[in-house]
Ligand binder design. Structure first.
Ligand SMILES: C[C@@](CO)(OP(=O)(O)O)[C@H](O)COP(=O)(O)OP(=O)(O)OC[C@H]1O[C@@H](n2ccc(N)nc2=O)[C@H](O)[C@@H]1O
Ligand SMILES: Nc1ncnc2c1ncn2[C@@H]1O[C@H](COP(=O)(O)OP(=O)(O)O)[C@@H](O)[C@H]1O
Length: 273
């Protein structure tokens, strides 16, 4: 079974409190971004253990602890009848980018195993496995725009669609660790409630919708502000850092992005949401 785990964008991101377990509560709208990896899952050849073959963008860390493998092993722990599998992951989505790429791979591995082996797990059950793999992993089970609260793993419905919106995502080849990014944050309440701010026209978001990580990380990484400026110069209606960075995106409510030349080491996605 072949699936295409997609990335996500954060529209606004407010880190509101530090929890006793060291994690943080947040408020953010997650939207799917059709920048995808490719993941294949097949029953392993007879006598072979579960394994993963990685191609494309190099992934830091031991392949045996890749999030796809961990996702499958989590299912196997509860469902020991599940056979070993061969996983093939072609990695395209930048890593350490605030695009949730690793979490997407894990969530799609859960969904693909569910379909391949006819497990009949509900979306709720899949979300609860996903939550154990990463805070933003559960989002990718239903994979539709939501207002994320708590650790970013509890979702409220939101009436928002960006379908048809032009988008450019720029990754400046800079890996930002999510854990290190959280350390730089001083939690506080959002200046403007996110749900209300996003209900207003996109042209107002520049003044009312922000990402706490952008404020915290830009002094150390001025390239983030430079990319955002270039996106606005290319006519973006709204531009922001995604998640804990380092990808910066622009949205065009109408019209097309003006052509921009980005350094060759950057990864850039451009398309329509
Ligand atoms: C910042 C966000 C916003 O969407 O996205 P990314 O930038 O990673 O895409 C998420 O909160 C990232 O979620 P995720 O990448 O799944 O994080 P996890 O693996 O659960 O946690 C990595 C580390 O980030 C910190 N962390 C994560 C989530 C959270 N609500 N509070 C935290 O303090 C913890 O230090 C944790 O050890
Ligand atoms: N399939 C995977 N894809 C990407 N990263 C993975 C994967 N499996 C494990 N990881 C680990 O997760 C870390 C970052 O994950 P990712 O979700 O891409 O970050 P971010 O959401 O901040 O861009 C990487 O440093 C890597 O070691």
């Amino acid at each position: 079974m072949l699936v295409f785990p997609n990335a996500k964008l954060n529209l606004g991101l407010y880190v509101t409190q530090r929890r006793p377990d060291g994690f943080h509560t947040l408020e953010s709208v997650f939207v799917p971004l059709p920048w995808t990896d490719a993941l294949e899952i097949l029953p392993a050849a007879p006598g072979q253990p579960t394994s993963i073959t990685l191609t494309g963008r190099p992934i830091p860390g031991d392949p045996a602890s890749n999030l796809c493998v961990r996702a499958y092993e989590l299912l196997q722990a509860d469902l020991p009848q599940l056979p070993p599998v061969q996983l093939y992951l072609h990695k395209i989505v930048p890593i350490g980018a605030g695009l949730g790429g690793g979490s997407a791979d894990a969530a799609f591995a859960l969904k693909a195993a569910n379909d391949l082996f006819g497990l009949n797990l509900t979306a709720e059950a899949l979300e609860s496995y996903a939550r154990r793999l990463g805070s933003d992993c559960a989002f990718f089970i239903r994979n539709k725009p939501v207002l994320a609260v708590e650790k970013g793993d509890v979702f409220e419905e939101i009436d928002l669609t960006l379908t048809g919106t032009s988008c450019v995502v720029v990754y400046p080849n800079l890996h930002i660790s999510t854990a290190e990014a959280y350390i730089r944050i001083v939690p506080q309440a959002p200046k403007f409630p996110l749900r209300e701010a996003l209900a207003q026209p996109m042209s107002t978001w520049r003044e009312t919708v922000s990402n706490d990580f952008e404020t915290a990380l830009t002094p150390a990484h001025p390239v983030l502000a430079e990319i955002k400026k270039q996106l606005y110069e290319a006519g973006a209606t709204y531009a922001s850092l995604s998640g804990s960075g380092s990808a910066v995106y622009g949205l065009w409510e109408a019209g097309e992005p003006a052509a921009t030349v980005w350094p060759p080491e950057y990864a850039v996605w451009q398309g329509v949401l």
